[in-house]
Structure formats: C-alpha cells, structure tokens
Write a protein that binds this ligand. Structure first.
Ligand SMILES: NC(=O)c1ccc[n+]([C@@H]2O[C@H](COP(=O)([O-])OP(=O)(O)OC[C@H]3O[C@@H](n4cnc5c(N)ncnc54)[C@H](OP(=O)(O)O)[C@@H]3O)[C@@H](O)[C@H]2O)c1
Length: 247
C-alpha cells in the first residue's frame, strides 16, 4: 500500500467520478488507508462504494450549479489534501471515437470537450479553494497518453485526443495560477495505463498480453505517483509508472 507519507496526517480526500472504474478503485484504496480520515465521493448517481470514511455527494458536469453546490457543502467540512478528478468520456452519450475525418461531428467535439475539459476545469474553479494552504496538496485529473501531441503516431480519436490535449493545457494553466499563491501545491495530469473499465471495453481487442490493468492495479500505482510528486512536477503529465509524458 502507498505510504502517503508525503501528505499530512489525517488526510482528507475528494474523488470526483466515484462511479467510474478507476474512481471507484481510488475510493476503496484510500478509504482502507490508515492515514486517510475522509473520502468524499462525488458522482452523478450516488452509486458509490460504501464505508465509514466514504461520504457520497452528487454533481453533474452538465449543471455547473451542482459543482458549485458540492464545493459549498465541502467547504463547511474543512480543508483537503488531495483532489482527484477521475471522470472522463470516450464513448457513449451518442458518440464514439472517430477512425477518420469521415466520422467527425460537431456533437462529438462538444460532448467530449464538455466532459473532458470544461468539467474538470470548472471543478478546479470551485474546488481548488478547498485545498489546505500549507503543506503538500495535490489536485489531479485523469488525462490520457493519447492527449500527447508529440506521442501521436496513430491518428484517429479526434475529439478525445484533442480534449485530453486541452485538459493538459488547462492543468498547466491551473498549476501556474494556483502555484503563485500556494508554493507547495501540485497540479498534474495522470495517465492510468490501459485499464479494464467501461471506457476501454470496446477497444481492448488489440491490447497486448499483460498490458490491460485492473482498476485496482492502476489506482495503486497512481497513488504511488501522487505520493512521490514534488513541486518540481507541477503542471506536467505522468503515467501510472511515474514516467513523465511529453505534451
Ligand atoms: N480506462 C482506460 O483505459 C483509460 C486510459 C486512459 C485514460 N483514462 C481516463 O481515466 C479516467 C477514468 O476512466 P475510467 O476508465 O474509470 O472510465 P469509466 O469507468 O467510464 O468512468 C468514467 C466516469 O466519468 C463520469 N462521467 C462521465 N461523464 C460525466 C459527466 N458529464 N458528468 C459527471 N461525471 C461524468 C462517469 O459517471 P457515470 O457513472 O455517471 O457515467 C464515471 O464515473 C477518464 O478521464 C479516462 O479518459 C482511462
């Protein structure tokens, strides 16, 4: 289990996207940790893991008032050490990743950017003030290696790739703005690897043996990465194994 020793004792954590495969694994792992006292689990439906430390709250990226209201409820409970945005959209809600320009649609760009960029950005707007002012704090959103422009050798997946590249830019911006006031704050994007969740289900056919992770495996490695982050790392994108991914 990740020591989480780089954070203060009695860690308080928020996970947004608590019904997702990876979000759920984060919540279960963090709630089982001795150093963690509270895990606020935000989701659209409230169908999140149960446990003494786990406190469910509902929100929906399509209604900014619900993000704002969630932040107001959380503010009354005290400050936080770690905020993980584990939401994301690749397919569903009427969209699927494009193979070529023939498949491009305004609808897919609009939905992908709403879920993968505007949602995490507005979460940062209302949730960054909930972080502690002193000591190490981390705000992170799950991004994806396919959002790296320099790593793109396959093409396709236009809306998702573009949205994750935009998310990386948003996180970089946030790290600069928030870091001006809070010198120990760290804001990064994380790539979880290829993980066996609903999001990857239709695309698992070509994954090499041993490269499809369970959500528990990915979340455990990502918590190791989060624990090892320093202020030198803020603004960057890291993979599940701790490697920095070039933008
Ligand atoms: N799985 C992979 O192989 C993989 C690879 C690279 C990157 N990632 C990234 O990792 C993150 C988590 O993915 P996952 O595999 O855990 O996917 P998942 O199981 O499909 O979970 C996605 C989560 O996002 C939430 N969500 C989607 N749209 C939302 C919206 N408009 N408002 C509020 N919540 C919304 C979902 O809520 P509902 O349950 O209410 O739908 C769900 O909790 C995503 O950012 C994804 O892009 C995943």
């Amino acid at each position: 289990m990740t020591p989480l020793a780089s954070f203060s004792d009695n860690m308080r954590v928020i996970v947004i996207g608590a019904t997702g495969g990876i979000g759920r694994a984060f919540i279960e792992s963090l709630a089982a940790h001795d150093r963690v006292t509270d895990v606020y689990a935000l989701s659209r439906t409230g169908a999140v893991p149960r446990g003494d430390k786990i406190k469910p709250l509902t929100f929906d990226f399509s209604d900014v008032e619900t993000i704002k209201a969630g932040a107001e409820v959380l503010r009354e409970t005290g400050k936080f050490d770690l905020i993980i945005v584990a939401t994301g959209l690749l397919h569903g809600n009427g969209i699927s990743p494009e193979k070529s320009t023939r498949d491009l649609s305004h609808d897919a760009f609009a939905k992908s950017f709403a879920a993968n960029v505007a949602g995490p950005a507005l979460t940062a707007k209302y949730f960054l003030p909930l972080l502690k002012r002193d000591g190490k704090t981390v705000f992170t959103a799950l991004s994806a290696r396919v959002g790296s422009i320099s790593d793109n050798r396959m093409g396709g997946w236009y809306a998702y790739r573009a949205a994750k590249a935009a998310l990386n830019m948003v996180l970089k911006n946030l790290s600069i703005e928030h870091g001006r006031r809070f010198k120990e704050s760290i804001i990064v994007g994380l790539h979880p690897g290829t993980v066996d969740t609903d999001l990857s289900k239709p695309f698992q056919g070509n994954v090499p043996d041993g490269k499809l992770f369970t959500a528990e495996y990915s979340a455990a490695h990502l918590l190791d990465v989060i624990d090892g982050l320093t202020v030198e790392d803020t603004g960057d994108l890291f993979a599940w194994d701790g490697q920095r991914i070039a933008f």
